[in-house]
Design a protein around this ligand. Sequence first.
Ligand code: ATP
Length: 199
Amino acid sequence: MHLKKMELKGFKSFPDKTEILFPKGLISVVGPNGSGKSNILDAVRWVLGEQSMKNLRGEKLEDVIFSGTEKRKEMGYCEVSLIIDNSNQKINLEYTEIAIKRKAFKSGESQFFINNKPCRLKDIKELLLDTGIGREGYSIISQGKIDEIVNGSSVHRRKILEEAAGITKFRYKKEESEKKLSSTKENLERINDIYKEIE
Ligand code: ATP
């Protein structure tokens, strides 16, 4: 499984539809200061559901949308797609290629898609559990991240190791089941109360 391609349109400094191919192996992105190298990484974070504008180096939600230049009008929306090669079926879907897309409008509306089908952010999060690709995965190591890991709490380090070891999915499922169990218990108590009242 690897990231094959990214498509951007209207995202930060990329107003035109732009395709970036990622062949297997080590890739370097080089360019002059301010040419948009970090914006590419911001786009990866954003499509994976990053909500914190601070982590996207902006302030307002619409800061990810192309804001225009002297020669070019601002845009009303942006979209980013990540195309992932899934020929080894690491992601539990019967497709050899998976496209994850996020689209956002100036109005603040944001939409997510898996293979062009609308979905929730939760679906993307669940799909990528234990692949290391998620928003909180270890596949994006930004400046200062190593320091954060080394100096961070043992709980934080454990989370990263669990994601790499493939345990996160089970922890997530356990938490979801516990939530369901607790709501079922509450419902049962309510039914018992009603039953007693009727008796
Ligand atoms: P450096 O090497 O200095 O770190 P970089 O290549 O990583 O630079 P980025 O930080 O990715 O560059 O890009 C910065 C550029 O993106 C700036 O010119 C900024 O004006 C532009 N930019 C950021 N957000 C938007 C936006 N919403 N609309 C238009 N341009 C934007």
